[in-house]
Every structure is written in C-alpha cells, then in structure tokens.
Design a protein around this ligand. Structure first.
Ligand SMILES: O=C(O)CCC(=O)C(=O)O
Length: 280
C-alpha cells in the first residue's frame, strides 16, 4: 500500500496516519506465533509483575527484542515501514525501539502518555509504528489517541490509576481533548508523532488477546536520545553514533489563554524516581 499525499498531510495536521493492511495476514500470523514461542521459551520481560493473578504476569510485554531476535530486527527496519516513515517525516529515520504487547484477556492498559516523555529526542521528536497483530477494538483494549496533541510540549505527569493501567504515570487533558478509539485489523499500522497523547484501557474481553508489535523511530535531524534507546540504528540495521539526552527538566502544564486551554512549558519535572521511564 503506497503512501498518499493525504497520509502525509494528515500526519502533519493530526499527528497520526494509518496504513491499512501494510503487512499481510500470513506475515502477521507468523509474527504472532513467533512471539507466543518467545513467551514460552525465551522470556525477557520489560515489566516485573509479581502478582501471579495479574494476566500480565504470564504475558508481560517484550522490550527491545530486536537486540537479540532477528525477526524483530527485520520487522523494525522493514522496507515498507521505512517507505512510510521517510514519506511522512520527509527524511529517513533512525530506529531505536521494539516492543511486543500480548495484552491477554483481563490485562490492564497503558495510561495516556506521550512517547517523547521517555525517549527525549533532541532536537525534534520520535515517531511510532504501531501494528495490530490481532483485531483491536474497544472490547479488547485498542489504542486510543488524541488527534492534534502532537503540537503540545511534553506534559508534566501525574499518578495513573494502576487499577486500569500497568504504568504509573499519565498526563491530564482539559475538556475538549477526548481520546478516540482506533479500530484496527491485523496488519494495519498506525504511525504517530511522539508528542501525540495516546494509551489504552483494559482488555475486557473473555478470551481475545490484543497483540501488537511496536517500533519507535527518531526523526532524522535528531542528535541525542535517552540512554535506554542506544544503540541507535540506521534503517539498514547498522549502528550510528548518537548523543545521550538528559532526563528531567521543564514540562508542559495547561493554562487558560482567552478561554482556551493551552499547554505551556511552565512546569518542572520533579519526580525523583522515573518509575516507568525507559520502559514505556
Ligand atoms: O499498546 C498499548 O496498549 C499502548 C502502547 C503505547 O502506548 C506505546 O507504544 O507507546
């Protein structure tokens, strides 16, 4: 599926665009089986969930599998992802992260957040390629996005409700900024700007997983990214020398400007312990 001018302008205007059916069903099914095998035989987890009654204890997401798994590396630098990313960004990106989410029935979601909070790309921002491996809808905890929030700064975080989110941090949004659900079929890929507010709610289905494969990239003019995301790769898989960005610093808070909520960089990130940082 080729990138269209509409995709490019939608990404610029809304901070996201969807490539329907970018990967075919056979490829996606192979990937799903591969990660079920990884879950059983080769588990390297991002989150250490010790409560055995939590569905995520058995199916924790897999972080940075491209560093030791060729299938994940090949997916991350796949020609189709590169074509789309290069078209919507205007320049070839660098690749820094992969994650696989199983999100089994009953699993909590990931509270609303901005990826750039974790990646700290400088200058510029990051971009995500989020591929549905299962059909994703509101019942099994699809992705929710807040279109247009890619133009706001990285917001200060507050505590998330950990009854519904497996991460501790979230961002607050004023009225008028409503998260909308994205219904996706296996093989659909959503590309979104690292500043865009997004997240997901619990999987309330009785028996449907909501697996997703995710890649994070940094925009070509960037010079530094947070330490956890090194090594930085070119889209041919080779390593590139990159700076390490600092954590913490100013963050956005909402203020009223002529009756409109506007996010301005007037807050200071005060958390001593970045509990979920580097592991979004
Ligand atoms: O898949 C999800 O539930 C959330 C994923 C996400 O927010 C992310 O990749 O940054």
């Amino acid at each position: 599926m080729p990138v269209s001018a509409t995709n490019i302008s939608e990404f610029a205007a809304q901070g996201l665009t969807m490539a329907r059916g970018l990967f075919n069903l056979d490829e996606v099914e192979q990937l799903r089986r591969h990660f079920l095998w990884i879950n059983k035989n080769h588990r390297r987890v991002s989150d250490n969930i010790t409560d055995e009654s939590d569905p995520l204890a058995k199916y924790p997401r897999v972080g940075q599998p491209h560093r030791w798994d060729e299938t994940s590396l090949n997916w991350m630098i796949d020609r189709r992802l590169n074509e789309w990313l290069t078209a919507i960004l205007g320049r070839e990106p660098y690749a820094v992260q992969t994650m696989f989410y199983y999100k089994p029935p009953g699993a909590r979601g990931q509270a609303l957040h901005q990826d750039q909070f974790y990646l700290r790309v400088e200058p510029g921002t990051c971009v995500a390629a989020w591929m549905a491996v299962d059909r994703c809808d509101e019942e099994n905890g699809c992705l929710f996005v807040v279109p247009g929030t890619h133009n706001i700064p990285v917001l200060c975080t507050v505590d998330a409700d950990t009854d519904v989110s497996f991460v501790n941090d979230t961002v607050e949004l004023p009225p008028g900024f409503e998260p909308i659900p994205l219904i996706m079929e296996p093989g659909d890929v959503l590309f979104f700007n690292g500043q865009l507010v997004h997240g997901s709610y619990p999987n309330t289905s009785a028996d449907r997983f909501r697996c997703a494969m995710i890649g994070h990239y940094i925009v070509g003019e960037a010079e530094a990214v947070a330490k956890w995301y090194h090594p930085v790769l070119r889209m041919d898989g080779s390593e590139v020398d990159f700076g390490v960005s600092e954590q913490g610093g100013p963050c956005g808070v909402w203020v009223d400007r002529d009756g409109e909520p506007v996010a301005v960089l007037e807050g200071i990130e005060t958390r001593q312990e970045h509990r979920s940082r580097g592991r979004d």
